[in-house]
Write a protein that binds this ligand. Structure first.
Ligand code: 16G
Ligand code: ZN
Length: 526
């Protein structure tokens, strides 16, 4: 190992004065700083695979909705989940070693700690989004993997959720689908067609997809054009230019639309009540929207997606006659009106977790149907083994059959813009709803999100799923005093996991109040 490490590490140097941290989305920063990090992450992926008796681990090189000059890397565990939390610290330690000797020491510590048999061959699937820096970072990652005996499959350009699917499929002996892009398309499109056909749907579907000039563009086109185009009377992908890397996430994409609450660039002649959606740069987030007769922009974000899914699944479960639990998982960013609607009107249990998909995913596993979405559009639905044992494509009950195919259509490994998109489009047809009916279930409380630069964001410590500050001491009391001055007021403060800043969220009965509350809380934080 020492010999190959010395050889392969040549050219991969840790930059000075930077501390790396494997955070909620893996490592993410300016691509120019990432070479050493991807090299050490390659090493760790190989070790993780060996530790898990050669099961396949995934490496995704992406910076999601971040600007084009950024990049990042994250690891995917064998069942398609995020890397186990206990290993995040090891990823961080390896990335921060500043000499070959220190790196070797840390590797040996991990090998000893987990009693890893280095003779076990590691297996790793790797993919990247469309960023310009991707190919060079891929090469360095592979150098890291080659420090040990590793079987590497490079899938080239993929969406993040495609890679999650492939990793799970690769570890599931065919029971999850074929471990190839074709297998992914086949699984989704067969389920889509079946749901459409067995339910006797005949109205065709219309959607315009803004793909953020990211990798979702060619992938959604491939899936729909090659498999299910006949079910659409209008299907168009805009912002689909991945040739010009500078356009990625620029004035388009899910994050732009959610943050600015307006249409992305390049929507041709927006028509009232047409349905649009936006992916982010690696297609694991989706938000929908439309404009009204008066040309008002209406956002259907992760909260609206959750509530639509919850109301549909509650109806479907009743029709199946099965005894199955449904629950929704949100974060503190969920609009208060959505939480109220879920618990008071739909009467489903709602859980709140800290930000970051791994937290929501974990809690969603407590239900037979666990629906989780962050307000920003990142989410999916998980189905329990109990449920999977009760549904079948050969059932004589139409609702049970439909439920079975939904478990195939929905990517249960991680939020998946393409899979979520097809699911929502079908559910709208099944409910015979347009965007306006969907949006009318509840009205969002006006809200404001601010970013505040502080000296040290690590001073801000929270509890109660990030809704209450425990440090700095006394600050929460001051925030509460402000909140109490506004009808329907709610506000919380948390340190960002991806930027060196603190985020302030506020909502209240009116737009002006939400802005005033956010400003006042931001003043307290500074
Ligand atoms: C990461 C998370 C995303 C979360 C965001 C919050 C994953 C895969 N991604 O991008 O879900 O919404 O961080 O960012 O978990 P913040 O901590 O900067 O507010
Ligand atoms: Zn993303």
């Amino acid at each position: 190992m020492e010999l190959s490490l010395k050889k392969l590490s040549q050219g991969h140097l840790k930059p000075n004065n930077v501390t790396f941290q494997y955070g909620t989305a893996g490592f993410r920063m300016k691509a120019s700083l990432l070479d050493y990090v991807v090299f050490t992450t390659g090493i760790l992926a190989a070790l993780r695979s060996k530790y898990l008796q050669g099961k396949t681990i995934g490496i995704m090189i992406t910076a999601s909705h971040n600007p084009p000059e950024d990049n990042g890397v994250k690891l995917v565990d064998p069942m398609g989940e995020m890397l186990a939390q206990t290993w995040e610290a090891h990823a961080t330690t390896l990335a921060n070693t500043s000499s070959i000797e220190a790196l070797i020491d840390e590797i040996i510590k991990i090998v000893d700690l987990f009693e890893i048999d280095l003779k076990t061959q590691s297996s790793v699937f790797i993919a990247r989004d469309s960023r310009e820096s991707g190919p060079a970072l891929l090469k360095s990652t592979i150098d890291g993997l080659n420090v040990f005996d590793s079987a590497i499959r490079d899938f080239g350009l993929l969406t993040t959720p495609q890679l999650h699917y492939l990793v799970r499929a690769g570890n599931s002996n065919g029971s999850f689908g074929h471990p190839s892009s074709e297998g992914y398309y086949a699984k989704l499109s067969i389920a889509f067609k079946q749901i459409y056909k067995i339910n006797g749907l005949n109205n065709k579907i219309s959607i315009i997809v803004d793909a953020a000039n990211g990798i979702g563009a060619p992938k959604v086109q491939e899936l729909i054009h090659d498999n299910i185009l006949e079910y659409f009377d209008h299907f168009l992908v805009v912002n689909n230019n991945i040739e010009n890397p500078r356009l990625l996430n620029y004035n388009c994409g899910a994050d732009f639309v959610k943050t600015n609450q307006k249409l992305p660039e390049n929507i041709p002649n927006p028509e009232p009540f047409n349905l649009y959606c936006s992916f982010d740069g690696d297609a694991d987030r989706i938000v929908f929207y439309y404009i009204t007769e008066e040309k008002h922009f209406q956002l259907l974000d992760g909260d609206k997606i959750s509530t639509l899914l919850a109301s549909y699944f509650i109806k479907l479960i009743k029709l199946t006659g099965l005894d199955l639990s449904v629950g929704v998982v949100q974060t503190a960013y969920a609009n208060g009106a959505s939480t109220k609607y879920l618990s008071e009107v739909l009467k489903v249990p709602v859980e709140c977790t800290p930000t970051g998909v791994k937290h929501l995913h974990h809690v969603a596993q407590n239900f037979d149907i666990g629906i989780y979405f962050e307000a920003n559009g990142h989410g999916t639905v998980l189905f329990s083994d109990n449920l999977l044992n009760k549904v079948s494509p050969t059932s004589s009950n139409l609702s049970i059959k439909t439920l079975y195919y939904l478990t195939e259509l929905i990517n249960q490994t991680v939020g998946d813009a393409i899979s979520d998109c097809l699911t929502i489009l079908l559910i709208l047809k099944l409910l015979d709803n347009g965007p306006n009916e969907w949006n009318s279930n509840y009205q969002d409380l006006p809200n404001k999100l601010l970013k505040v630069i502080v000296n040290d964001r690590n001073l801000f410590k929270t509890t109660n799923a990030e809704r209450t500050l425990v440090q700095p001491k006394g600050l929460q009391m001051k925030i509460d005093e402000k909140v109490n001055q506004y009808p329907n007021g709610r506000s919380f403060v948390r340190a960002s996991g991806t930027e060196d800043a603190v985020r302030v969220y506020a909502e209240a009965a009116t737009k002006d109040d939400s802005i005033a509350l956010a400003d006042q809380v931001a003043e307290l934080v500074k």
